[in-house]
Design a protein around this ligand. Structure first.
Ligand code: FAD
Length: 417
């Protein structure tokens, strides 16, 4: 009988792919099996709503590694296959075709899937969701004829799609139940800034209304809103959030937010079973609660931590999530976490009208989240430093562009000690 260790990774996405790379980089020389429901090698998703959707084409750079790398590093691929159950006692995970895979360590990195609208007409042709390469390819093909596009949901994906669609010359309307885009993460002021950016580029918003259905015979012709109105549409893109794809995880391993309950080393409650990426609900010491983060950088970090943890090696967990977006000529980076509506108005440093500023959200004088738009001189690093410092700062100095952010960070770090 072989004494070689077997590590099984379920989910060949950002976190799963990163974990595989890390295992080999850390010197693990046992067997690695990578199971992925999609037919693709692990690839990066952010471009799917940006350059790729804009017609930039998909290159091998979109993949974490090329096929040769997986061959060279003896990664046994099971692509186009889904894990359906785990027998914890037997240390076996079963695939959808019945194949059982014995494991010594198991990582679940099954990500998330778009939340679907359950309204009449939701299955009509022309109603799109965006998660996979195929979703993005299908949408990109539709831009060629400059259709009337309605985006449902003014979240990050919705706004990125709106920006690309305008760039391709489509008429774009965004339907959103809140009064501003990005209401929870950005609040009214910064959400309003994003609305203005899009309006300047010709996007029309219908705020304060939800979607009650879609009209059309074989394909979608209009979006019906819950105030009795309708918006003509050749193409509808629904971006109303995601739900965790729990894959083969049993319900007793799930947190209240629907993700897999893990600690900062990505360990579930069950020995030898780990979870990482969009699926992972981590007990976050900075915010004093479980947080499930649906961002690219988090999937990278989790994948690395999980891999090292599978090898019994600890890693540092950064409790301040990081996120970025690109829309038109606007680049934004955000760090931290919190409901901007509950935290009150942010401290603004810079010029909103010029589209170059930092914004900071404070709770009891301490920075808990912050972002910048096109401020690449300072960037996000001082924001992250201030969050990590967990010490009160003077909001007036924070707003004063004459006071270097680095200086305020150093002061806050000293105050923490
Ligand atoms: C269009 C788009 C744009 C984005 N843009 C940004 C951005 O600008 N900035 C940012 O920070 N983040 C962005 N994100 C989010 C980021 O891509 C995700 O947070 C990241 O992909 C999560 O990685 P993951 O490995 O957890 O999940 P995924 O990358 O989704 O990988 C999970 C994989 O597991 C597979 N799977 C599911 N169930 C099973 C099963 N039972 N068996 C086997 N395989 C299974 C899935 O098919 C999938 O391939 C974007 C996401 C999308 C969809």
């Amino acid at each position: 009988m072989s004494t070689e260790q077997v590590f099984v990774i379920v989910g060949a996405g950002e976190a799963g792919g990163t974990a595989v790379q890390t295992l080999r980089a850390e010197g693990f020389d046992g067997r690695i099996l990578l199971v992925g429901a999609e037919d693709h090698l692990p690839y990066e998703r952010p471009a799917l709503s940006k350059s790729y959707l804009a017609g930039g084409g998909y290159t091998s750079e979109g993949s974490l590694q090329d096929r040769e790398w997986y061959d060279d590093h003896r990664i046994e691929l099971r692509l186009g296959r889904r894990a359906v159950s785990v027998d914890r006692a037997a240390h076996t995970v079963v695939l959808d075709d019945g194949e059982p895979l014995d494991y010594d360590k198991l990582l679940i990195a099954t990500g998330a899937e778009p939340r679907r609208l359950d309204v009449p007409g939701a299955d009509l042709l022309g109603v799109y969701y965006l998660r996979t390469l195929e979703d993005s390819e299908a949408l990109a093909r539709r831009w060629a004829s400059t259709p009337d596009v309605v985006v449902v949901g003014a979240g990050w994906i919705g706004l990125e799609v709106a920006a690309v669609a305008r760039g391709r010359g489509c008429k774009v309307t965004v339907v959103e139940p809140n009064d501003v885009p990005l209401a929870a993460s950005m609040g009214p002021r910064i959400g309003g800034f994003f609305a203005d950016v899009h309006r300047k580029h010709g996007v029309e918003f219908r705020f304060g209304r939800g979607v009650s259905g879609f009209r059309g015979t074989d394909k979608v012709e209009a979006v019906l809103t819950d105030d009795g109105d309708e918006v003509p549409a050749d193409v509808v893109v629904v971006g109303v959030g995601v739900v965790p794809d729990v894959g083969p995880l049993d319900p007793d391993l799930l947190a209240d937010d629907g993700g897999a309950r893990v600690d900062m080393r990505m360990r579930t409650d069950v020995p030898d079973v780990f979870a990482a990426g969009d699926i992972a609900s981590v007990d976050n010491p900075l915010y004093g609660r479980r947080i499930r983060v649906e961002h690219w950088a988090n999937a990278l970090m989790d994948g690395q931590i999980a891999a090292r943890s599978m090898l019994g090696r600890p890693s540092d967990f950064d409790p301040a999530p990081f996120f970025f977006t690109d829309q038109y000529d606007l680049g934004m980076e955000y760090a931290g976490w919190g409901d901007a509506r509950a935290m009150g108005p942010p401290v603004i440093r810079g010029d909103l009208d010029a589209g170059e500023f930092h914004a900071f959200w404070l709770v009891e004088g301490v920075v808990v989240a912050g972002m910048h738009v096109n401020r690449w001189d300072d960037g996000i690093k001082p924001v992250q430093d201030l969050i990590h410092a967990q010490a009160p700062v003077d909001p007036d100095r924070l707003a004063d562009t004459a006071v270097p952010l680095a200086e305020i960070s150093v002061e806050a770090s000293r105050a923490q000690r």
